[in-house]
Design a protein around this ligand. Structure first.
Ligand code: ADP
Ligand code: MG
Length: 689
């Protein structure tokens, strides 16, 4: 096979067998099926790329001002000049006087008349036939020429093994029932068509990937994914997890104690999602639920209720967050709620000293610790729970893919199956939830606690800093508090700290009648806690902070936030930060200060943030900007899973694949197996992340 010609580069692309090559589908096509005479080409070529041919009558290498090669070809109708600004000796030879060339390109008006600059050139016999199909152009890949890929693919398509590999599995009856107007070719035909479409193919449908041949391939891919999801769903139901119905001694339960001690009533939305979660917990198979709700919607208390329910049965609960700061906020909150009720809490993070870590691990193993809160350190090998009933995972999409896999492997292992509750402030569009997440139930808190005032967001140039500080002064004079958030400097934590310290000093000087505090990531946990406590007690009126306050901090009297260099923050970050204000009864204000020059993207971002504080709208903008994979933190796995499907464009296909998957699982177990093997193979694991 031709793969032998360039083993390394093709191999590097993973194109090491006929199936892989067959599925390496073109990104576009060139039409080399038509040939014009040179006089026709000189006219048509001004509008689009054209193909013509002739014999070389002149070949000159000139230096004016750069070294370049001018080649003139001629046919019966006209002459045409070709210009090459860089070229190899081999090309010089190929285009020597007397050679017959077939060239393809557009006509430009040069200094000496019409010409083609860097056309595609082939040396052919004058009577060489034209290709009957469009010429595929494959996704660009460094170091491999189109010619090599084309040859490798063409020979792969002829490989006898491909016949079996692309055998049609889908029952005709099933397909015609699902898709009455079924005009899809079978898989082998679809793939062959996509590599070698006939000259009269609908090229725009091919480019947009809406052509029936594309649909057929996309459907296959989605079907594999839907089957895996359904299979995971069924497997989960066969597993066993402890069932936690409503507690027997309802009045003396932790659950009731927590509800009683809260200074507020659950909102209708909170009560609804809690009943959904409660019902999952009462089942004898593990819960796998995502709790979604905007920043400040009150997810934590719902998680706490689930934690209480599990502890009421004598089981342990774990709460895990992707960063130490976020985990710590949970720890403080849970401690405030549960310690008065006599619950033994434990804190575990990577930064604990080895000795302390061992102590905590012993408490977890002996069952002495009932509620364990921490970072990713919680799922390390060295931690073994005595009786884990529930794992709460906050902002799970912010864990890396590898870590998410580890979490799933650990929590869904043969050893024990515990209930899982994930939480996220980032809304996931339905199509994404249907395709990216293995077997996930979703609950949504679609209402903020009462009394929240909308946040007025202002966008202000950094040159007006003095005015902002004057405004801050009159704000603080009213007895209110405020945050001053310093820029994120991704390249350097030290630099970030330095700017925070500078702002802190400047503001301390400008506001002598108020106490200014400083909190940043380099402080030790207890130092940080001391500053936060002082801010909470209004001993500090202005808190200068780095993004450490992005999550969890909750001081209702602080209703003003100034964000410096807001142009450096992303959508989600500002949304999260801004969620810190607007929690009390005062009107809240967020000032986004920006330094010029402002990029177009940053300008649009700040504008959107000024206009809306709706997390769903903001997430949508974010999504259209960054793509779903990155938003979910699933970039690697997502890309590997869906190569041919665009979730926005092909949403309807997902539904179809879902129905087909259901029916195949019921009636065609053998097909299901073969289909999974064909499409997922070694990638199966990633579906779980
Ligand atoms: P998030 O969903 O962003 O994690 P939190 O759980 O931190 O939100 O809740 C935000 C704030 O709202 C907290 O101060 C919390 O105590 C408060 N809160 C939660 N539920 C209610 C409620 N039903 N009524 C009033 N305040 C609430
Ligand atoms: Mg939260």
């Amino acid at each position: 096979m031709t793969t032998k010609q360039a083993p390394n580069t093709l191999q590097k692309l993973g194109l090491n067998n006929p199936m892989a090559l067959a599925l390496h589908l073109p990104s576009r096509y060139e039409d080399e099926t038509e040939l014009m005479t040179i006089d026709e080409a000189l006219i048509q070529g001004r509008f689009s790329s054209v193909q013509t041919q002739g014999v070389v009558i002149r070949n000159q290498v000139l230096f004016r001002p750069r070294r370049q090669m001018l080649v003139t070809i001629e046919d019966n109708s006209e002459t045409l000049q070709l210009r090459f600004l860089n070229f190899y000796p081999s090309q010089q030879k190929q285009m020597a006087v007397g050679a017959h060339l077939r060239v393809r390109g557009e006509i430009r008006e040069g200094f000496q008349g019409p010409e083609m600059v860097h056309p595609t050139v082939k040396a052919v016999a004058p009577d060489a036939s034209l290709p009957v199909s469009l010429t595929p152009v494959y996704p660009a890949s460094a170091g491999i020429s189109q010619a090599v890929i084309r040859k490798a693919v063409a020979s792969a398509l002829k490989d006898p093994s491909l016949h079996d590999a692309l055998l049609e599995f889908l029952p005709k009856k099933l397909m015609s029932e699902l898709l009455p107007s079924n005009d899809w070719p079978n898989l082998k035909a679809a793939i062959t068509y996509l590599h070698q479409p006939p000259a009269d193919a609908d090229t725009s449908a091919l480019l947009e990937r809406t052509h029936p041949a594309w649909r057929r391939v996309q459907f296959e891919e989605l079907l594999a994914q839907q089957i895996s999801l359904k299979r995971a769903h069924a497997i989960r139901r066969e597993r066993h997890a402890p069932s936690f119905a409503k507690p027997i001694n309802e009045d003396s339960s932790l659950e009731a104690g927590l509800l009683k001690s809260l200074p507020f009533q659950l909102t209708v939305a909170q009560a609804r999602v809690w009943s959904e979660i409660g019902s999952d917990l009462s089942k004898s198979f593990p819960m796998n639920r995502l709790l979604q709700g905007d920043v400040g919607s009150g997810k934590t208390v719902v998680a706490a209720l689930a934690v209480a329910r599990v502890m009421d049965y004598g089981y342990q609960a774990a709460v895990m967050a992707p960063t130490e700061i976020l985990a710590e906020q949970h720890y403080l909150k849970m401690k405030e709620w549960f310690e008065p009720l006599g619950v033994r809490l434990a804190w575990l993070s990577g930064s604990l000293k080895a000795k302390d870590k061992r102590l905590v691990q012993e408490m977890i193993e002996s069952g002495q610790a009932q509620l364990i809160i921490g970072t990713h350190a919680l799922i390390q090998e060295s931690v073994s729970f005595s009786k884990l009933g529930l794992a709460v995972i906050d902002e799970q999409h912010r864990f890396g893919v590898r870590q998410r896999l580890e979490i799933q492997q650990r929590l869904g292992s043969e050893l024990f199956y515990c209930h899982q509750l994930m939480m996220s402030a980032t809304p996931i569009p339905r199509t994404l939830a249907m395709t990216y997440y293995a077997d996930l139930d979703v609950s949504i808190i679609d209402e903020l606690p009462p009394g929240r005032k909308p946040i007025a967001t202002k966008v202000v140039k950094a040159s007006r800093r003095d005015e902002v500080i004057a405004g801050l002064k009159s704000w603080l004079s009213k007895g209110l508090q405020a945050y001053w958030v310093c820029p994120l400097i991704e390249e350097s934590e030290a630099l970030q700290l330095q700017t925070a310290v500078e702002s802190f000093e400047q503001l301390t000087q400008a506001l002598p009648e108020f106490k200014v505090g400083l909190v940043h990531g380099r402080l030790k946990a207890d130092e940080k806690a001391a500053v936060m406590a002082a801010f909470k007690d209004n001993e500090i009126q202005l808190l200068v902070a780095t993004t450490v306050i992005e999550v969890g901090v909750d001081v209702p009297n602080a209703a003003l936030m100034v964000i410096e260099h807001a142009e450096r923050f992303g959508y989600a970050q500002i949304h999260q930060l801004r969620g810190r204000v607007g929690r009390g009864s005062a009107d809240s204000v967020c000032i986004l200060m920006y330094a010029e020059p402002l990029s177009l993207a940053a300008k649009e971002r700040l504008q959107t943030l000024r206009e809306t504080s709706d997390g769903f709208v903001i997430a949508e903008r974010d999504l259209s900007l960054r793509g779903p994979g990155e938003l979910l933190g699933a970039k690697q796995s997502g890309d590997a899973m869906l190569r041919f499907v665009d979730l926005q464009r092909d949403a309807w296909l997902i539904e179809l694949a879902q129905q087909a998957a259901e029916r195949l699982l019921v009636n065609h177990a053998d097909i299901v197996e073969r289909h999974l093997e064909r499409w997922l193979g070694s990638r199966r694991e990633f579906l779980k992340a």
